[in-house]
Design a protein around this ligand. Structure first.
Ligand SMILES: Nc1ncnc2c1ncn2[C@@H]1O[C@H](COP(=O)(O)OP(=O)(O)O)[C@@H](O)[C@H]1O
Ligand SMILES: [Mg+2]
Length: 277
């Protein structure tokens, strides 16, 4: 399979050295690095649901820097905090402690209206269930985020996206007239429309058959390698995770390790050591 694995040998690592044996770079030591090297940073992020005896510590101090132009997979057993991580990192939920930065913006400094703007303009989302609007054709689904953000469409960029996702001859179709894989490609194009700083994908291949899922993963990898986008994907599938440059393993709300350029076999092997999944 042509995944271009290893093409990012100099890829930055996302986890501080003390958190993972395989880590080769320490974001905390990057003071001399050019500004803006990281698309997003989480520092000591904790999330506790509820209070007192019934409190659930979903995240217990996550420190992670996501290099621009990287494809990161988040894996972990059920209940390890993957969804909570994604929601906190994407500004959909507020951490109990710690900070989340998108570029130079500390999300804690934003009010709800500003957070909504940030999610519309600077973040792209891809969900398992596509979440397309069937009342709109493919073209209008893709450009919806631009209308919501009151941005004028960037014609050449949209043409490029449509070309990359292979939907040029489907722009006038309704989502219900497309296959699942095509619908997810529309969702990916939609996520890219505003040229977001990070695309967050939650089990993007969960509803697809194996072959179609692979095509969607290749597309995600492609938008990173060819278009310089940054993608963070939650998945429970080691094959899906192997398309990423780097896999972050979560266990019990903490980063339990990082693996770069992992094969499905090595990723699966690591998962078995994290407990049931
Ligand atoms: N809204 C919530 N209220 C209370 N507990 C929650 C809530 N959301 C998640 N949790 C708990 O937080 C922990 C992490 O959940 P989650 O982030 O969904 O894990 P994952 O996505 O890895 O399965 C689990 O113990 C879960 O039950
Ligand atoms: Mg989840």
């Amino acid at each position: 399979m042509a995944r271009g694995r290893g093409s990012r040998a100099e890829q930055d690592s996302a986890v501080p050295a003390e958190a993972a044996a395989e880590t080769v770079a320490d974001p905390a030591g990057e003071t001399a690095a050019p500004r803006g090297r990281f698309a997003a940073r989480l520092d000591g992020v904790e999330k506790t649901y509820g209070k007192g005896a019934g409190a659930v510590h979903a995240l217990r101090g996550i420190t992670l820097a996501i290099p621009r132009g990287s494809f990161l997979a988040i894996m972990g057993p059920s209940g390890s905090g993957k969804s909570t991580f994604l929601h906190c990192a994407a500004g959909l939920d507020q951490p109990t402690a710690g900070s989340v930065l998108l570029g130079d913006t500390d999300l804690a400094t934003l009010d709800e209206a500003q957070l909504t703007m940030l999610r519309r303009e600077r973040i792209g989302f891809v969900f398992q269930a596509y979440n397309l609007l069937n009342a709109l054709d493919v073209r209008d689904n893709i450009t919806l985020p631009l209308r919501l953000a009151e941005q004028s469409p960037d014609g050449p960029w949209l043409d490029e996206i449509v070309r990359q996702v292979g939907l040029a001859d489907r722009l006038g179709h309704r989502p219900s007239e497309l296959s699942g894989g095509q619908q997810q490609r529309v969702a990916i194009a939609r996520a890219l429309a505003t040229r977001p700083e990070v695309v967050f994908a939650d089990e993007p291949t969960g509803a697809l058959d194996t072959r179609t899922g692979r095509q969607v993963l290749e597309l995600l990898r492609h938008v990173v390698d060819a278009m310089g986008q940054t993608v963070v994907m939650v998945t429970h599938d080691p094959v899906a995770a192997s398309y990423a440059h780097s896999v972050i393993f979560l266990a019990d709300g903490q980063v339990a390790g990082e693996m770069r350029d992992g094969t499905p076999e090595r990723i699966a092997e690591r998962m078995t050591h994290l407990g049931e999944w």
